[in-house]
Design a protein around this ligand. Sequence first.
Ligand code: 5RP
Length: 293
Amino acid sequence: MAEAAGNQEAKDYGIGVPQKTEGFFLKGSGHLDWGMKDRLSRVFNPKSGRTVMLAFDHGYIMGPTSGLERMDLTITPLIPYADCLMCTRGALRQIVPPTSNKPVALRVSAGSTILTDLNDECVMDIEESIRLNACLMAAMVAIGGKFEALTIRNLTQLIDAGNRVGIPTLGVNAVGKELVRDARYLGLATRVIAENGAHVVKTYYCSPGFEKVAAACPVPIVVAGGKKLPELEALQMAYEAIDQGAAGMDMGRNVFQAEHPVAMIQAVRGVVHDNLKPKAAFDLYQTIKNKKK
Ligand code: 5RP
């Protein structure tokens, strides 16, 4: 019980010592509110400024994708090695142990599948993101596609709702089949997504010119892995993306479809957090893969 009288006198005012005002480590995020910064600091490692996100939200448009047929068997062993889990609310509730305590980039846009017209989507109520303790809300943004206007409206609606409660938004650059993934297109798309208020942008790596895409995007970029590549090539791509300014990888198929997914995610971590060169990361992959159980 607090007492009004008889307390030790307060005297350590640090007169003459300016109050510490910390900067914030993430690009474009310095003026955000505390809750946003707290959530972003769970997604991105404040030491390296980077993240390894494990994406396994593919089922919401593709059904039981190779490697995701039984997520309880294939994804749960990878969870300890991920900085952040990118998934649907279905997968989260069905297979992710809440005790894993990993920040979640929740897929909150949905509406169509690979069987029809992709990106004809709406977004979930903000309450679901609050209920599930999301650290990022992820929505497709189809710049240059048939549903460009609809998905930009979805993005702004989410950002407005997220700003009210302190949950940042991840704008996912959805590249339609008809669009070329070159620096010109990706530069335009990522910039549009960021200027509409997304706190983080997910896009694809391109060569040449990714360093320009990253430089012109005023918020952190995370890079999707895309279709499965041989492991060394995937690590090479991750290395180049990070080296040219990406703040992390948001990898799915190149991890869970790898010959040894647990080794692959650790090798990706080596690239992202420890600046391992592709060959060294591949050696790490082989060493973990060949370890006797
Ligand atoms: C699919 C997505 C995925 O999360 C994204 O494409 C990352 O996965 P991959 O590395 O397999 O491309 O947005 O809806």
